[in-house]
Design a protein around this ligand. Structure first.
Ligand code: GLP
Length: 262
């Protein structure tokens, strides 16, 4: 696992947007894994800003898969993750809607939709670069504490902590936050060829330290990234505050050969 400590969320966004552009420039059929939440938003804004650059690399040949989705929200609800990613990523970045895929969150599509989704990811050749945030309880996607580290895409029940955290998007009403979700499993996430987790702000210092430097365990789903051969954790100073090896991570990054990329 590589930990990169950057001064602020803008620096994190430039770094991660650069890695995405490198992938878009190198792969014939790049496949992105997209996350919702506030952590990847500056990266999406940075990608949108770069559309105006003369060296801009087109996204037209890429495909993208969402990490997770609420169950039971109407198709046209503005807070389905599909619609959030349309608004925050696809439209500003110019990503073609028909190349964007996500779990089917309709109740009627269960119980088959999670396995169908896994199959569609496999048919696309798997995910090259999976973006992740981290929940305050250490979750990734919607894999709550206790999730099997080998789990695949499936139906999950949200914890109260996560529903409370996400109530801010639903007018502050925890009861408006769906109880059920479909999420890529931890095993699914670990199948991605490169996982990039972004965490910024003091509220993430504790879950980041537990994920990066604590034991690998189902109670801290993000700790499973320690098992991934190419996992990058990009944190700002506030989110890095509880990392014991912070000085080592800084030194390793400062002396990293350019050719290695992210
Ligand atoms: C939700 C999403 C996760 C995200 C988490 C943290 O639970 N399902 O993918 O990582 O929120 O969100 P934020 O980045 O806003 O802190």
């Amino acid at each position: 696992m590589e930990v990169v400590i950057v001064p602020d969320e803008g620096a994190a966004a430039r770094l991660v947007a650069g890695a995405i552009e490198d992938l878009l420039g190198q792969a014939a059929h790049p496949v992105l894994g997209l996350a919702t939440g506030s952590s990847p938003l500056p990266t999406y804004r940075e990608l949108a800003r770069r559309r105006g650059d003369p060296t801009h690399i087109s996204v037209a040949h890429a495909r993208a898969f969402l990490l997770d989705e609420y169950v039971g929200l109407p198709f046209d609800h503005p807070l389905t993750y599909r619609n959030v990613i349309r608004r925050d990523f696809a439209l500003p970045v110019g990503f073609p809607d028909d190349r964007l895929d996500g779990p089917d969150g309709s109740v009627d599509a269960l119980p088959g939709s999670p396995a169908d989704y896994e199959q569609r990811i496999a048919d696309a050749g798997g995910i090259d670069l999976q973006l992740l945030g981290i929940g305050t309880d250490g979750h990734i996607g919607f894999n709550e504490p206790g999730s099997s580290l080998a789990s695949r895409t499936r139906l999950k029940t949200l914890t109260d902590v996560t529903r409370r955290d996400n109530a801010r998007f639903f007018g502050g009403e925890i009861d408006a936050v769906p109880r059920h979700v479909i999420t890529q499993g931890i095993g699914t996430i670990l199948d991605s060829r490169h996982v990039v987790m972004i965490a910024t702000g003091a509220a993430k210092a504790d879950p980041v330290a537990r994920a990066v430097e604590g034991p690998v365990m189902a109670m801290v789903p993000a700790s499973a990234l320690q098992l991934h051969p190419h996992a990058t954790v990009v944190v700002d100073e506030a989110a890095a505050a509880d990392l014991r090896l912070a000085d080592y991570y800084r030194e390793a990054w400062a002396h990293k050969p350019d050719w290695q990329g992210l």
